[in-house]
Ligand binder design. Structure first.
Ligand code: C2E
Ligand code: CA
Ligand code: CA
Length: 717
């Protein structure tokens, strides 16, 4: 092969077009190619001349490629096609005049000068010369065009954004471009002459082989495939490859042109996106979509293979409290830790997912008996009940679990989740930290819950809801100093529906807002009528319970103001009862509402104190006027020393913080005695009386209440 072509392949096609008698000189003035016929003019061989400085052979050579060819386009514009007479030195240093036609070229990123040379003597005849000149001229011109094309192609290849490679029919690399080198971290020199196996991901070697075989043996001339490379630094690069066969005019295969696209990031991103679509970003657990898919698969399997499946709906008890008390970061970490704990308990055949918020779903397959599902529920409850430490805070979290066990006969799998929900609801109702297995009667309850809501709506509109008032006594004097307003629903067929039932129902819809307004208006109006016989005695206050939902209602404060105005009640006589869970929803919002109420002169009572999370910190934040000690401390089912100490602590805490302490649910004389000893200010309970209608309340205003007889009759109820 021509040595010029060997070093610079682009020269191949240019030389084919140039006139035969040419000399090629590079940008350093070195002779790179001499036609044998030209060498013979000076009685040299081309071998002897190659590598020489051109001026040592052609002393009058006047062109320097560097001067004229810095830019390929400029070169063509200033192409020197004129004939020049120059001298060449022959073997004996004799000068010999020749005619030369010059063509500067840019090829392979270098500048060159081509000179076509003729024996001056041979062009004696004017006409012969003209013919000769025109032929040379057109050949040089064509070569210039081809060189430009070659150069453009080389640029297009070298500087192409797409990684490209050319290989011979054995897949050995002939050329690679810059983008390719960059993509896999190897230099052009390192890659030349190799095949791609050295940087192909081992598992993907087969892919290359198969396509190579198809391209060489079959009549396809293009193949597209994806494979992985190993970057020099060891990371994996995923590439989309388009490999095509270059052929000559007769259709013979010459080499392969391979264009590639680095799709690593794209693939990673789409993998990430599909992971995101299927997973909960916080805990990394599968999400609802995955769960539903797995459930329908599991369902189909159970139908085919028999056995039982179970769905456990795990709902954390009072997670909101943790979240708002300790901040979202702690809340999030808690969810992550819980997810981790649950995951450790998840068998490989089962699926755990986060169902949203603080709900998790566990799908168990291949169970032999319903006992297995219950054991599983118990184990999960046990695992969750272990205290956790997050950001130096010790948290104790419990959960309620609704369990649904199903077999191949169960048809509707969305019903499975609904039933798990009913069972979970029942578990919560039974007092948290429990599990309940779904039974059809629970479904009945779910249905009746719905019916009851409808009836409650009706009750509200026809005035079946009324307020009763439970006296609050000064424990030192046993005088009635206030009343707690409690709502009553006298259902025409069902009888009295407990507020725990209908308030909870109402809280699940905006019905609670209407109920709340009713309670406020009625209580405030009732209180405005409570006037003690003794004109020096202070008229009693009324405490009204508020649901958390009402606290977020922008109409709350305006509607309280309106009720106060209508009734003329002194705002100082109104106390709003809130529970810790109300305040936990959004502490900033709660505080701002409380501040508005305080400014109006309305006090706050913190209800059910002692049952929440953070009793102490809340006290200092909310600064309630009254602390209501929860009944579970006042009349514990199994009195013990520990409980008594707690009671004592709460009372003295209230005293220290200058808050009025009120004991709820006093049922027995000894409980009353103990509270008096501790110095608890106020109390209410069946020992004195349950809530009574307004007519009765009016009678009790300013009264001193007897206890002894009633103690036994009420506590038996
Ligand atoms: P709560 O605010 O803790 O109300 C005290 C509950 O304890 C009342 O139950 C009351 O009748 C009961 N109770 C009073 N003394 C004793 C006692 O000595 N022993 C026992 N075992 N219980 C006693 P009730 O009226 O059934 O109300 C239950 C819950 O319903 C209330 O708990 C309150 O959270 C809610 N509620 C009642 N009325 C309203 C209302 O108008 N609005 C709102 N948002 N919630 C209300
Ligand atoms: Ca209350
Ligand atoms: Ca209470």
């Amino acid at each position: 092969m021509n040595s010029l072509v060997a070093a610079y392949p682009s020269w191949r096609r240019v030389l084919e077009i140039l006139p035969p008698n040419v000399v090629v000189v590079d940008d350093e003035g070195v002779i790179c190619h001499v036609a044998e016929s030209v060498a013979e003019l000076t009685r040299h061989t081309s071998e002897e001349l190659r590598g020489l400085d051109v001026r040592s052979w052609a002393p009058t050579w006047h062109l320097d490629a560097r001067d004229v060819t810095s830019d390929a386009r400029k070169v063509l514009a200033t192409r020197l096609l004129d004939r020049h007479a120059i001298d060449l030195k022959d073997r004996d240093a004799q000068r010999r005049a020749v005619d030369a036609f010059f063509l500067p070229l840019a090829l392979e990123g270098k500048a060159w000068i081509v000179a076509a040379m003729f024996d001056g003597e041979a062009l004696r005849h004017e006409s012969a010369r003209e013919v000769r000149e025109r032929e040379v001229e057109s050949r040089l011109h064509a070569a210039g065009v081809v060189a430009e094309l070659e150069e453009r192609f080389r640029h297009a290849f070298d500087d192409n954004m797409a990684p490209m490679m050319m290989t011979d029919l054995d897949d050995c690399i002939l050329a690679v471009n810059n983008a390719f080198c960059q993509m896999i971290g190897w230099t052009r020199e390192e890659l030349m002459g190799r095949d791609s196996t050295s940087f192909t991901y081992p598992e993907d070697l087969g892919i290359s082989e198969v396509t190579h075989h198809r391209l060489t043996s079959e009549e396809v001339s293009q193949a597209r495939y994806t494979k992985r490379y190993l970057h020099k630094d060891g990371r994996v690069v995923i590439v989309e490859i388009s490999k095509s066969t270059a052929r000559d005019v007769r259709g013979n295969k010459l080499y392969f042109v391979i264009s590639e696209r680095d799709v690593t990031e794209e693939r990673m991103l789409s993998a990430q996106l599909s992971h995101q679509a299927l997973h909960d970003p916080l805990t990394g657990l599968a999400n609802r979509a995955v769960f539903e898919d797995r459930l329908s698969l599991a369902h189909a399997r159970v139908r085919r293979l028999g056995g039982l499946g179970a769905v456990l709906l795990i709902d954390l008890d009072d997670f909101k409290g943790v979240n708002d008390m300790h901040g979202h970061l702690v809340g999030d970490q808690l969810l992550k830790d819980i997810a981790e704990r649950l995951e450790q308990e998840t068998r490989s055949s089962d699926t755990l997912c986060r169902f949203g918020g603080d709900e998790f779903l566990y799908l168990a397959e291949g169970l032999n008996s319903s006992d297995e599902a219950e054991f599983l529920a118990l184990r999960l409850l046990e695992v969750l009940a272990k205290p956790m430490t997050i950001a130096a805070t010790q948290l104790e979290v419990h959960a309620s679990i609704g369990v649904v066990i199903w077999d191949g006969d169960t048809v509707d799998h969305s019903e499975i989740v609904r039933n798990a929900d009913s069972a979970m609801y029942e578990a919560k109702r039974r007092g948290k930290g429990h599990h309940v297995v779904f039974t059809p009667s629970l479904q009945q309850q779910a249905v009746s819950r719905f019916a009851l809501t409808q009836e409650l709506r009706h009750a509200l509109s026809v005035g079946q809801l009324t307020m009763h008032y439970q006296p609050i006594l000064d424990l030192a004097t046993l005088k009635v100093v206030g009343f707690e307003a409690l709502m009553r629903w006298q259902h025409p067929e069902r009888g009295a529906v407990p507020p725990n039932v209908f308030i909870t129902l109402a809280e699940q819809s905006s019905l609670i807002l209407e109920l709340g307004i009713l309670a406020l208006r009625e209580s405030v109006t009732a209180a405005s009528q409570w006037t003690p016989a003794d004109p020096h005695a202070a008229p009693p206050f009324v405490t009204v319970n508020l649901s958390s939902r009402q606290f977020r209602d922008p109409e709350l404060v305006p509607s309280i103001v309106a009720s106060l105005m209508e009734s003329g009640l002194d705002p100082e006589r109104l106390v709003i009862e809130i529970t810790e869970s109300t305040t936990l929803l959004d502490i900033a919002e709660t505080l701002s509402v409380i501040e508005q109420l305080n400014r109006l002169g309305i006090g706050i009572a913190l209800d059910d104190f002692g049952t929440g999370y953070s009793s102490l910190s809340y006290l200092t934040l909310l600064r309630p006027k009254i602390i209501k000690i929860d009944q579970s401390f006042v009349s514990p089912p199994h009195p013990n020393v520990q409980n008594d100490t707690l009671l004592e602590t709460i009372v003295s805490l209230g005293q220290k913080l200058n808050m009025t302490v009120l004991a709820e649910g006093i049922e027995t004389e000894p409980q009353l005695q103990r509270l008096r000893e501790l110095g608890c200010h106020l109390g209410q309970g069946y020992l004195f009386t349950p809530a009574v209608p307004q007519e009765e309340a009016l009678r009790l205003v300013g009264q001193t209440m007897a206890t002894e007889k009633k103690a036994s009759s009420f506590s038996k109820k």
